[in-house]
Design a protein around this ligand. Structure first.
Ligand SMILES: [Zn+2]
Ligand SMILES: [Zn+2]
Length: 297
């Protein structure tokens, strides 16, 4: 039997030569759309309802800010063009990272035979009947094992794991920034900008604009608070190299906590490539092995 390569005491699974998913990597959650190709879409009606709510939240927040506040303020000369484009950019990046986190397989165990590479720490999933590396868990909602599973998030209708954790963190950051951006604009709208001159006062969204702005204000406050808490929690977990599920199953004692370098933690999360591109929810993530499969507990 050929012994598999073991670097730093961590088992290395065989890495496929190609970035393309092989044909037999199709799961029950795989859908194929024209132009988009193959996507991961979890068939869970409750999760689909939750993610639809998130998209509706984004649409209301974005469109009410643009049409009731930003465009009239720009036409009246209260804000400059970079402020308008800045809002478009943050809002677009927020939606892109939501799609990326939701429509990416969170970390499927590859279909090649891992069992012959199994060593201590590898376990057999009773449901998938497949060997899986340490830190993998089976998710009932997704119906699959997920490598380095963090948790199942109903708001994105997907698990957060090895292959989409970076997109999830991007989503938290962009959602926070979008809430913060809207909050600042709303404060200016309420306290600084005079009433709009150039806007069409007959338009229904301008006529009832104040109610759009009140709701927008509550949404912005809520998302800033929620995302602020989540980003802090995710950052803390990243630097101590633990997942949410690991902390829930076995909360660490203070003396067990070791803090690693922030750069190392984010490089493992975002993969190889320039740090400048770590925050762009486009392009393919190239995992940084073997640390991304390292065992913590
Ligand atoms: Zn499984
Ligand atoms: Zn899941």
């Amino acid at each position: 039997m050929i012994k598999s390569e073991n670097i730093m005491g961590i088992l290395q699974p065989p890495v496929p030569e190609t970035d393309e998913a092989p044909e037999n990597d199709v799961t029950n959650n795989t859908i194929t759309l024209p132009l988009w190709g193959r996507l991961h879409f979890v068939r869970d009606s409750q999760g689909q309802l939750f993610v639809s709510g998130v998209v509706a939240y984004w649409m209301f927040g974005t469109f009410s800010t643009i049409f009731v506040l930003l465009h009239p303020a720009y036409e009246d000369g209260h804000v400059s063009l970079p402020v308008v484009y800045g809002f478009y950019a943050v809002s677009g990046l927020c939606l892109l990272s939501l799609m990326r986190a939701s429509l990416t397989n969170p970390g499927r165990i590859p279909s090649y035979d891992f069992s012959k590479h199994a060593e201590t720490g590898w376990t057999l999933c009773q449901r998938c009947n497949r060997m899986r590396p340490p830190r993998s868990h089976h998710c009932r909602r997704c119906g699959q094992c997920v490598m380095r599973m963090d948790h199942h998030c109903p708001w994105i209708n997907n698990c957060v794991g090895e292959d989409n954790h970076f997109a999830f963190v991007q989503l938290l950051v962009y959602a926070f920034l979008l809430g913060f951006y809207s909050f600042i604009l709303l404060m200016c709208h309420f306290w600084v900008f005079p009433k709009c001159n150039s806007c069409n006062r007959d338009a229904i969204y301008i006529k009832h604009g104040i109610w759009f702005m009140y709701v927008d204000f509550l949404l912005a406050l809520n998302i800033m608070f929620m995302m602020g808490v989540m980003v802090t929690q995710q950052h803390f977990h990243l630097i101590i190299n633990r997942t949410t599920i690991e902390t829930m199953l076995k909360p660490p004692k203070a003396k067990e906590i070791t803090v690693r370098q922030t750069y190392t933690a984010y490089r493992e999360l975002c993969g190889r490539g320039l740090p400048l591109f770590w925050w762009l929810p486009i392009g393919r993530r190239r995992p940084l092995l073997p640390t991304s499969h390292s065992q913590n507990v």
